[in-house]
Design a protein. Structure first.
Length: 80
């Protein structure tokens, strides 16, 4: 997908403003879930934190805290 396809245009008082599209909560959830299952697998002993934002999942596994962050514009998931 080109960067042009990721943008919307809005005309405000004679000016054209380019705004980036943001993924929906469902799209963010689906991408985080796919990443979690692919790289970690579902593990019944994971301890889940209350998610600090719709694009962030945080859990503990074997004493290590893992934070997954989904970019709200590109959908790319990274870890902290």
């Amino acid at each position: 997908m080109s960067s042009i396809e990721c943008l919307t245009h809005k005309k405000v008082k004679g000016m054209v403003i380019i705004m980036e599209k943001t993924l929906t909560e469902k799209q963010l959830h689906n991408r985080l879930n796919k990443y979690y299952k692919e790289y970690y697998g579902e593990f019944p002993d994971d301890e889940w934190w209350i998610n600090p934002a719709p694009n962030i999942w945080k859990f503990d596994r074997n004493g290590e805290t893992i934070t997954l962050i989904c970019d709200m514009h590109t959908g790319k998931v990274t870890e902290q």
